[in-house]
Design a protein around this ligand. Sequence first.
Ligand code: 4AD
Length: 454
Amino acid sequence: EEARQVRIELDSSLPKPLICKLRDIFASPEKFVDQRVCLAGWVHHWRMDGKRLAFLELRDGTGFMQCVLSNELCMTYDALTLCREASVRVWGTVRHDARAKGGLELHADFWELVAPSTPEIEMVLTHESNPDILLNNRHLVIRGRRTSTTLRLRSLITQCFREHYFQRGYVELAPPTIVNTMCEGGSTLFKLDYFGINAYLTQSSQMYLESGIPAVGDCFCVLPSYRAELSDTRRHLAEFHHIEAEMPFITFADLLDAIEDLVCDVIARVLAKAGDLVRDLNPELVVPRRPFRRLTYADAIAYCREHEIYKDEEQKIHFEYGDDIPERPERLMTDQIGEPIFLTHFPVSMKAFYMQPCTDQPDLTESVDLLMPGVGEIVGGSMRIWRYKQLMDAYAREQIDPKPYYWYTDQRKFGSCPHGGYGLGLERFCCYVLGVRHVREVCLYPRYRGRISP
Ligand code: 4AD
């Protein structure tokens, strides 16, 4: 009853506040210290300290700041019933305070509730231990400090990729993601009914990028790709963001250089823009040394055989030439070697139909996977078959009906050229850069078998 009667009012005789974001304040504190500001955001934390003092940690999406509320400000009905995640507006003066995170705090002179939250929030967000509950409530979990920072850094990493490409003269294309061709084999296609005809969600935009090089030259895209992956691993998603590029008139060596340049330049850009934030999450991150170590597929099989990395751990069965190296052994090898590895020259039989065979060893392809410690494969790329006859033979070998691929084949009819490209999984790259274990953690709302909500 008493609380209901405590009313507070905005004092119009105070200096006019600067309307700003926390980002602005932390970017140039000297401009804001001792200034009156008005901030809008969410209550990240709320703690009463006796009757006359309260601490409100405000989050506005660009940062966090402690606001000190005293006397009447923490005695109103809204203050006494305030719950975490309510949205508020706070007026006050920015002050230096060594004890506060970031060295600044806000001494409030007025605040208002924009919209309340409820105590239920405490039930949802404390189930730290059960990943499924956290994933069901991801719409709330993303508000947390770590997850919101991760999403912010993912955005920055994406920006750095675009900057890399634009700086080097690539053009961004936007291929369709609803398609009637497959790129990476039938087993992981999502099928859908497209106005009565069969279509798929794209596995890769590669073939469309290839069709774009005679139009715009070097090109790239940042788009979702979809894989009906049954493997439930920490690096597989059903929907992921695929950063792909394609380049005309290059050699296989040029392709490897381009991938090295991409990975090192993007990491350098991220460190330059947000080194402190990134090193908070992943203190070990440095720009990898170039050139990356090169290992052929045959070398990798030999490495596994020599280093007790088995195809079947229990029965101690060795890998044989021709075996696919699955995720676990591949990661064991990468972690043992402890640096980025270009794994090259996979046998034709193991790889997609479009890959260019090596001139001197036609049973091998000019193909590459980039493996990074802690994550495993983050890039897959190759030179592409660029001769008409060879492509027709590849369709036949893989029993692919060439009809829906007519536009892809046409590239080999009208001014073909040696070319190549690659695809990089953005989520896996983010895991590497941010030192995050599971690709789900760097997604806004991850999609994998068994999850469609939220
Ligand atoms: O090696 P992949 O399958 O290559 C292609 O799709 C080529 N067509 C790309 C190209 O040359 N333009 O996939 C490329 C990368 C992988 O290295 C991985 O980082 C990521 O895409 N990726 C996945 N990421 C998360 N979940 C999945 N299910 C993924 N499948 C592939």
